[in-house]
Design a protein around this ligand. Structure first.
Ligand SMILES: NC(=O)c1ccc[n+]([C@@H]2O[C@H](COP(=O)([O-])OP(=O)(O)OC[C@H]3O[C@@H](n4cnc5c(N)ncnc54)[C@H](OP(=O)(O)O)[C@@H]3O)[C@@H](O)[C@H]2O)c1
Length: 289
């Protein structure tokens, strides 16, 4: 199988490449320097040249707060850029896997969002990612849309790393306790994506680690697993304003994964523990405890 990954220098892209390399496949992992998804000619040339069977499209404009001011850039990358890749995938009959987000939902649900629920993004980032979903459906027949949330992994800045860094500087940290979602470890998501793209079970999926928590609960678990006694103070969203509104509740039901015979992703606590062990091992980070 020939697999092309966009955004291969990003947090998910890098872990995806690590996991795909375990398979006897031809892999083309391309960062922005090798494949700028907004460049139509380059997209067409690179994709026709490599002629992949599968394209996993992780590249995105991911600066959620900045997107509120940079609407054009967010749409140029997440909307138009995705259109370019989707059209090129369709032109060579490749399967197309687009990574989307829980931010396509408004956060007003009280129970996990199903793939049937109507998106209603409240931020420019969410709107632009939804535009990418629409282009995916418009141009590709063989598509997978995989919505994920609260992503953390070895290769990138994320909440887990931020908490561990702050714990070195402070004895107590304030974290919001009124936003609920599901953390997702890139290694777990990568394994699921690899299973998915080998199948013909096209459609929309919600793929986050199992279980749910608030950011406050996530921070407490991180410190527990790292053996730190850092105090976590519960804040409200009002006490921690951000340019882009975060969904109050963005837990997504993983039933499409189960119904199609795939394994749901492990519980977020299990994956947080594993990730912290990997961090300690790979980055030789040791925490006081
Ligand atoms: N992180 C999360 O919590 C989260 C949650 C839900 C969904 N997602 C989705 O998951 C996917 C992976 O996210 P991530 O955390 O891995 O994000 P990331 O680390 O920001 O990776 C995205 C990559 O895309 C690249 N990129 C930006 N503009 C590009 C362009 N014009 N052409 C080619 N590449 C471009 C970025 O390069 P530069 O850094 O050089 O710009 C970056 O390497 C994204 O589709 C994101 O929307 C993420």
């Amino acid at each position: 199988m020939r697999v092309l990954v966009t955004g291969a220098k990003g947090q998910l892209g890098q872990d995806l490449i690590v996991h795909i390399e375990k398979y006897p496949w031809a892999i083309y992992g391309l960062g922005k320097a090798e494949l700028d998804i907004t460049n139509v000619e380059q997209v067409s040339k690179v994709i026709t040249g490599f002629n992949p069977d599968v394209i996993i499209h992780t590249a995105a404009y991911t600066k959620v707060d900045q997107a509120e001011k940079d609407r054009d850039d967010a749409f140029r990358v997440n909307g138009e850029g995705t259109k370019n890749i989707a059209k090129a995938a369709a032109s060579i009959g490749a399967k197309f896997c687009y990574i989307s987000t829980d931010y396509v939902f408004d956060g007003e649900n009280k129970i996990p969002y199903s793939t049937e629920d109507k998106p209603n993004p409240q931020t420019v980032y969410g709107e632009s990612k939804l535009a990418g979903e629409k282009y995916t459906k418009q141009y590709c027949e063989k598509y997978f849309i995989v919505r994920t949330s609260w992503v953390f992994g070895l290769y990138g800045n994320n909440f887990v790393k931020t908490m561990l860094r702050l714990a070195k500087e402070k004895d107590e940290i304030g974290v919001v306790h009124d936003q609920t979602g599901s953390p997702t470890y890139t290694a777990d998501l990568a394994k699921f994506l690899i299973e998915l793209v080998q199948s013909e079970k096209y459609g929309t999926y919600h793929a986050s680690n199992s279980g749910q928590c608030t950011w406050y609960e996530f921070a407490k678990e991180i410190f527990k697993q790292a053996g730190l006694d850092t105090k976590v103070i519960a804040l409200t969203t009002d006490q921690f304003p951000r340019p882009a509104n975060r969904p109050k509740y963005s837990v997504m039901a993983n039933s499409t994964i189960e119904n199609n015979g795939f394994q749901i992703l492990p519980h977020w606590k299990e994956s947080t523990q594993l990730f912290i062990e990997v961090l300690k091992e790979k980055e030789k980070v040791f925490y006081k405890g």
